[in-house]
Ligand binder design. Structure first.
Ligand code: ATP
Ligand code: MG
Length: 555
């Protein structure tokens, strides 16, 4: 890079100020997922942002499960989130925390507020609380229970904990200001009675803290300096600050908000992904058409490509949607020089080289990546019967068609020149076999310069090729056609998945391990499916085609 200007995003500028003022000795960040679903590309932004800041400032990064709401949480989600965060390379070392481990401290914090006269037990029903809260235009009304004595509140809160009250019968509320212009400050509920088993604490508790109360406490307990969250929490910041101030933490954490990442033509949002999974519209959370991290991994995206993408996207304070093509650009860039370029025929048609000896096989040398010699070369079998792509042959070609047609000569990639002499069709006129002759003088790498051909096509040796299944993907929704139908259901692209069952690949591709990826020349990048592929019947997912609709701004 010729121009090394270090531009800092607004979060880094805030952190610089805080460090300069001596507010914090160390930068401590965290990623706080709620274990109620799998992580998606949006979460990756938060993970890499938080991890990246800790790393940049020589601080610490924590992973903390925000598991204070027992209704929706599952151990399956905890496992998947751990796998995804590790996969992205966001190293939390030994700092894996669970908010539920702090329930005792949260209870103590609530007691502290009661003792300070800053919290009270309220008997209003949920509906009454809503009515009393007022509106954006009108102030709320004080609850008739607001002035209970400290002793009374202490007694009632303890009895809430001991299970003396039914769900919803009583809540603990912060005593702030029912006339505040910020609705979140109108005596928010901070504890509720709920008889639910928790995945971590079992039946120990029948009262659970509310998110806005629990979150700042979790941050403060862990010594988080900068609590980075998304914009929808901006209005909650005064409450966050109130909680850490009233609880008198020595170094109160600072909340900073940034805009969520949205991508065009995909479904982000746990809720929506969950619906597709539950309605069996997709093959689980890791269906390669989704942008959950497990789906991207299964599809063949790499952590490097996702990091590159996040760098390009940057951090912003304004909501916007990023073109999905940009993510595709990043994976192409990442794989371009790292992966071997192999031959695979997705829609096969047989070619017979009539002047090639029957039963003979020769092994030809094929470079793995012309742009990266380090990847070396491989030996590929060549023989009398081959497969080529159906689209690479035409009986009556249009102008500028340089591939195979009767009388035309082309190069078989890494092999010989062949000339089409004849072909055979079935009753319906479909071509079933193509007959060619080859010129032994024209072997690739032999230095032959006698004549030139305009077309090069790829092929595989029929008896040696492995039959595989290939899955091609399109975006699951199309924003130009509308993401939702009139009835609110999702308007899904019926072509989002195409399964090709009769594809032929080079022998080496038939033996690749699940998760391995390659370029198939002219067709794109492909990855062996980790769920459905077997040695007998390999399955390849197309990660991305080679064509791009995205042009990066060249600096
Ligand atoms: P969703 O909106 O998909 O339901 P969520 O916000 O409920 O996600 P959490 O588990 O609560 O998911 O989020 C963990 C962290 O990830 C939070 O700090 C949240 O702000 C952040 N996050 C969630 N979605 C995005 C996104 N699209 N872009 C950036 N950060 C996100
Ligand atoms: Mg959430």
């Amino acid at each position: 890079m010729e121009n090394e200007t270090v531009s800092k995003n607004f979060i880094e500028q805030f952190i610089d100020e805080d460090l300069a003022e001596g507010k914090y000795k160390e930068v401590v960040t965290r990623f706080p997922p709620e274990p109620n679903g799998y992580l998606h590309i949006g979460h990756a932004k938060s993970i890499l942002l938080n991890y990246g800041l800790a790393k940049k400032y020589g601080g610490r990064f924590n992973l903390r499960f925000d598991d204070t709401n027992p209704t929706k949480e599952k151990t399956e989600y905890v496992e998947s989130i751990l796998a995804d965060v590790r996969w992205l390379g966001a190293d939390f070392e030994d700092r894996l925390f669970f908010a539920s481990d702090y329930f005792d401290q949260m209870y103590e914090a609530a007691v502290k507020l009661i003792k300070k006269g800053k919290a009270y037990v309220c008997d209003l029903s949920a509906e009454e609380i809503r009515e009393y809260r007022g509106t954006l235009k009108e102030p709320g009304k004080n609850s008739p229970y607001r002035d209970r004595t400290v002793e009374e509140n202490m007694d009632l809160f303890e009895r809430m904990k001991n299970g003396e009250f039914a769900d919803g019968e009583k809540v603990l509320r912060a005593k702030i200001d029912m006339a505040s212009p910020n609705m979140n400050m109108r005596d928010p509920v901070i504890y509720r009675v709920a008889r639910m088993s928790h995945h971590n604490t079992g039946d120990k508790w029948c009262i659970y803290p509310m998110y806005d109360f629990a979150h700042p406490i979790e941050d403060a307990i862990e010594g988080v300096s900068h609590s980075i969250c998304t914009l929808e929490f901006e209005d909650h910041r005064p409450l966050y600050d109130w909680v850490v101030r009233e609880l008198e933490y020595e170094t109160p954490p600072r909340q900073i908000e940034f805009a969520k990442l949205y991508l065009t033509n995909v479904i982000t949002g746990k809720r929506y992904i969950k619906r597709l999974v539950e309605e069996n519209i997709v093959d689980g959370w890791d269906d390669p058409r989704l942008v959950s991290l497990s789906a991207l991994r299964r599809r063949g995206f790499t952590p490097d490509s996702i990091r590159m993408f996040m760098e390009m996207v940057g951090v912003s304070k304004a909501n916007s949607s990023v073109d999905y093509a940009m993510l595709e650009y990043c994976i192409r860039e990442d794989l371009k020089l790292k992966k071997s370029r192999m031959m695979a025929v997705l829609d096969p048609i047989k070619v017979i080289i009539t002047n090639y000896e029957e039963g003979k096989v020769e092994y030809l040398d094929a470079p793995n990546n012309l742009e990266n010699e380090e990847l070396g070369s491989r030996q590929i079998p060549f023989c009398r019967e081959l497969y080529i792509e159906r689209e690479d042959f035409m009986i009556e070609p249009p102008k500028k068609y340089f591939r195979l047609y009767p009388g035309n000569e082309v190069r078989l990639m890494n092999a010989y020149f062949v000339t089409c002499q004849d072909y055979k069709t079935d009753e319906d006129g479909n071509v079933t076999e193509i007959y060619c002759t080859y010129d032994p003088e024209t072997k690739s790498g032999s230095g032959f310069t006698g004549r030139k051909v305009k077309g090069t096509i790829h092929w595989v040796a029929a008896p040696y090729a492995k039959q595989v299944e290939v899955r091609l993907y399109e975006n699951i929704v199309d924003e130009e056609k509308g993401v939702y139908n009139e009835d609110g259901s999702l308007n899904l692209n019926p072509n989002s998945l195409t399964i090709l069952k009769n594809c032929y690949v080079e022998p080496m591709l038939g033996e690749a391990a699940p998760g391995e990826s390659f370029q198939f020349v002219r067709k794109g990048f492909f990855c062996v499916d980790t769920k459905d592929s077997t040695p007998e019947k390999p399955v390849y997912n197309r990660i991305v085609s080679l064509k791009s609709s995205f042009k990066p701004n060249k600096k």
